[in-house]
Design a protein around this ligand. Structure first.
Ligand code: BGC
Length: 257
């Protein structure tokens, strides 16, 4: 879809929505530059976070922006052909839901759905810390859970779910090293960095990435915890911060140029 306001064709913005455990975040995105074209909207995640309740919230957000064009949505689940395949930190009724059809019916817009970490990864690879990076890159979003996006030479391998890796001691990585675990167990930076290092060390050993990008709000504190990381791969914080999920969701829904 193009608009021709200045005589030159340019793509219309795409609405990106990031469905998180505590809030849904959304904004229209200029997919050529990765910038938001309006102030982002934050709406608390409804409880229980059922597909119907989230669909109603997404529809309200689309109405807020008077949206009629394409809409991309990142959700914290494996997504195949618009259908959710898992539900680790969300209501179990998501499993098997055709999220693309549900959100499409609720908003009246063409909807593209993908995993939330994959969305953040697409944005970081196009506009952020992974821009121009060849080889193997893993983006880890650190929040309620641990989300991952795996790229090789810029190409995404979707739905990797490496936050569910088992660590020595049969610990589930995201229960042990997420931002939620830090808060829940009141870990200080060195203690939590030690846990994160153990987890990232497994990714380092199994995938030999060239670069690991750390996302999620906590990546803003990279200076506080990075002294506790000791990995073979290069590690850096995400550049788009909390907007990566919104921008990547919009990229996934952008019509081809
Ligand atoms: C989910 C992933 C998601 C991650 C971050 C995990 O619990 O299984 O699909 O990407 O949380 O939200």
């Amino acid at each position: 879809m193009t608009e021709t306001g200045t005589g030159t064709a340019f793509p219309a913005p795409v609405l990106g929505i990031d469905v998180g455990g505590s809030a849904l975040k959304g904004a229209p995105v200029d997919t050529r530059t990765g910038t938001l074209t309006a102030a982002r909207l934050l709406v608390p995640t409804p409880r229980p976070a059922t597909p119907a309740a989230i669909a109603a919230t997404v529809a309200g957000m689309a109405r807020h922006f008077a949206w009629q064009g394409p809409l991309g949505c990142g959700i914290p689940a494996v997504v195949r052909d618009g259908r959710a395949g898992t539900a680790a930190n969300i209501d179990h009724s998501w499993i098997g839901t055709d999220v693309g059809a549900l959100f499409g019916a609720a908003t009246g817009c063409p909807v593209t759905v993908l995993n939330d970490a994959d969305a953040a990864g697409l944005a970081e690879m196009r506009f952020g810390a992974g821009k121009g990076q060849r080889g193997t890159v893993i983006l880890v979003t650190i929040g309620t859970g641990l989300g991952t996006a795996l790229f090789h030479d810029g190409v995404l391998v979707p739905n990797t779910e490496l936050g569910h890796l088992r660590l020595p001691g049969d610990l589930v990585a995201e229960h042990f090293a997420s931002a939620a675990a830090k808060r829940r167990e009141q870990l200080d930076w060195p203690a939590w960095a030690g846990r994160l290092n153990l987890y990232l060390g497994q990714l380092d050993a199994f995938f030999s990435p060239d670069l690991i990008i750390l996302g999620g709000a906590i990546s803003g504190d990279f200076a506080a915890f990075s002294p506790g990381l000791s990995l073979r791969a290069a590690v850096c914080p995400a550049l788009l911060g909390n907007d990566a999920g919104i921008v990547g969701a919009a990229l996934a829904a952008a019509p081809p140029p």
